[in-house]
Design a protein around this ligand. Structure first.
Ligand SMILES: C[S@@+](CC[C@H](N)C(=O)[O-])C[C@H]1O[C@@H](n2cnc3c(N)ncnc32)[C@H](O)[C@@H]1O
Length: 467
């Protein structure tokens, strides 16, 4: 085909605008189709493995081409109508159009491939820990962007994929139904309040996000308004209205986030009405959760993971001293203390450490638990001497070298590594298990923690083989 200068263009050389036919062989970590074409990787949104489509190349990004899907030529028998009517636009979920069983088998396959590719380790993961009855309605928390448009209408919803434009919603099927039913009336009240709202503070100061949290076992609800300013009129009367209307709403708070950053929550929270915290039962213990507390979003699956870790440790050890690194409010530590272990938790967020101590006290576990506020890299070395087992639950970036050096310098006999990023976990396991390490993988457990999305949680249980 001639280009605008009249030169012939090679149809085998990729360029923006070129239309080609291809088949997806996998998905990337954002749930987009991946295909191979003439030694290039082509990324195709909304194309499932095994499906063929005509696509148009858009732009090159390092070693891959981004494309737009045109005609779908071969449709996978695993494709389904998305349970959510906004699924095509909303960036909250990426795999709603894929049957639940297909999602979980892909997650298991991905974990195995990432472990091989990044970790150079050949280990077959166990069957995915699923919750068949709760592939929808599982989220116990939402932080939803708000913006008042020029015409006065309030938009409330998650961002369109790859943008900061809100996809307006009244329902969200992955949200716990006790929160989902609040969305529409809350939006209506906020719209009628005429309060300014702009999540990214591009236009004006004011409300930024709506925060919702429910105790899965208690049904208690906490509503939070996240705002850049504390002088918005009428917030207290909104709070009273909500507290009177819904008996399970235990508190309404105002969280202040004046910074233009991608951190949704600020450090200061004020009470607008009711209590600042809700109660939750977790593995038989009572926890109190506030607006800013980090707590696992899928409570029953988190309980299954903690039970798995606890059962493995009690089989191996019966009693002993454990270190829980990146312990948050003690979600993993406290059930392990309740099972009879002595425990040291390390966490950098001082508010979480306060809550962990408070939760230990109210569950009568404070004599078994010691919580340290600080960087794991600074404290782990000294806490590992005499430690029988180490639990790691780091953020997505995984373990820094100093943490791995500390573990290999004084390796505890047992190690449980929970991760929400298979690639960083595989990288870290390469050091812990590979030729320079001293551990063997006993079990690699994929967990479907976030159905309808491409996120994968995994738990590696390791045993020391030599020191
Ligand atoms: C994935 S969360 C796990 C929390 C907890 N284990 C739970 O299940 O609720 C990771 C935690 O690590 C904390 N964190 C991140 N970097 C840290 C560091 N360098 N040192 C200590 N804690 C850190 C975060 O504040 C967060 O609470």
């Amino acid at each position: 085909m001639p280009d605008c200068d009249g030169h012939e263009q090679d149809p085998q050389v990729p360029r923006p605008g070129l239309k080609i036919d291809l088949e997806a062989i996998d998905l990337d970590r954002e749930g987009r189709g991946l295909a191979r074409w003439n030694s290039w990787v082509v990324v195709v949104p909304d194309l499932l493995p095994g499906e063929r489509a005509r696509v148009q190349l858009q732009q090159r990004q390092k070693a891959q081409w981004l494309s737009r899907r045109l005609e779908l030529q071969d449709i996978s028998p695993e494709r389904r109508a998305s349970p959510c009517i906004l699924a095509k636009d909303c960036g909250g979920c990426t795999l709603q159009h894929w049957q639940d069983e297909a999602q979980t088998s892909w997650k298991r396959r991905s974990l195995e491939q990432i472990l091989q590719r990044v970790g150079a380790l050949a280990h077959e993961p166990g069957a995915v820990l699923e919750d068949h009855d709760r592939c929808l309605g599982y989220r116990n928390r939402a932080l939803i962007p708000l913006r008042r448009e020029a015409d006065g209408r309030l938009r409330m919803g998650y961002f369109r994929r790859g943008s900061h434009r809100i996809v307006n919603l009244n329902h969200c099927p992955v949200l716990d139904s006790r929160l989902d039913i609040l969305l529409e009336p809350l939006k209506r009240d906020l719209e009628q309040s005429k309060l300014p709202a702009d999540h990214d503070l591009q236009g004006r100061d004011g409300l930024r996000h709506l925060g919702l949290r429910v105790g899965h076992h208690t049904g208690e609800v906490l509503i939070s308004l996240i705002s850049s300013r504390d002088d918005l009129p009428g917030l207290q009367s909104l709070a009273s209205r909500w507290l009177n209307r819904w008996p399970n709403v235990r508190g309404v708070t105002l969280n202040l986030q004046p910074k233009r950053s991608n951190l949704i929550l600020g450090t200061e929270t004020r009470i607008l009405g009711g209590n600042p915290c809700i109660e939750e039962r977790f593995c038989g213990l009572s926890l109190s959760l506030s607006t800013t507390t980090f707590f696992q979003v899928n409570t029953p699956q988190a309980e299954r993971i903690v039970s798995l870790i606890r059962d493995w440790l009690t089989d191996e050890l019966e009693t002993g001293c454990l270190v829980d690194a990146y312990c948050g409010i003690g979600t993993i530590s406290l059930p392990l203390a309740a099972a009879g272990f002595d425990l040291v938790g390390v966490e950098q967020n001082p508010d979480s450490i306060d809550q962990a101590r408070h939760n230990a006290l109210r569950n009568g576990l404070d004599d078994r638990c010691r919580f340290i506020a600080g960087d794991v890299a600074d404290h782990l070395g000294q806490e590992l001497s005499g430690c029988d087992a180490l639990v790691l639950d780091p953020p997505r970036r995984g373990l820094v070298d100093r943490v791995i050096d500390a573990i290999l310098g004084c390796p505890p006999p047992l190690l449980a590594y929970l991760s929400c990023d298979a690639a960083t976990q595989a990288r870290d396991l390469r050091r812990l298990v590979g030729s320079s390490g001293c551990y063997r993988i006993e079990r690699l457990q994929p967990i479907d923690f976030f159905p309808q999305t491409s996120h994968l949680e995994s738990l590696a249980l390791l045993k020391r083989v030599n020191s």
